[in-house]
Design a protein. Sequence first.
Length: 90
Amino acid sequence: MQIPRDQVLAGITEYVEREFLGDSEVSELTPQTPLLEWGVLNSMNTAMLLSFIRTEYGVAVPPTHITGRHFHSLEAITALVVELTAQAAV
């Protein structure tokens, strides 16, 4: 089942804001916010986000895809999830 890109972006943005911004100096996220550079995503937060993606979207992110390129921004994470859900639907 293909999930609309804007729906994936909204869901991931809401999760990251709710779970990770409480202790962060970052107060507002955009799709291009550099999550790794700004410290929003660290190893623990990334593990939590991977669990959310698996539960919410029904896809497991392969270890080879857990890279800075795929997790540097909400936009990059969204693209990864959309790609993985499309592959899972085939």
